[in-house]
Design a protein. Structure first.
Length: 52
């Protein structure tokens, strides 16, 4: 995964913390960005997909 260089495969599972660590920002900043991207139809979250 390389979000900064747009090297993210469609459907690839990633964690908020992984993005935050890679960009040097907080998880809350990532959550807000994801909300904006979802509203524009550019991001789809699968809640709880990594739990189990």
């Amino acid at each position: 995964m390389n979000i900064a260089r747009l090297k993210l495969a469609p459907g690839e599972r990633i964690r908020e913390q992984t993005i935050a660590d890679g960009l040097g920002v907080s998880r809350s900043s990532i959550r807000e960005a994801i909300r904006i991207l979802e509203k524009k139809g550019w991001w789809r979250s699968c809640l709880g997909a990594g739990r189990g």
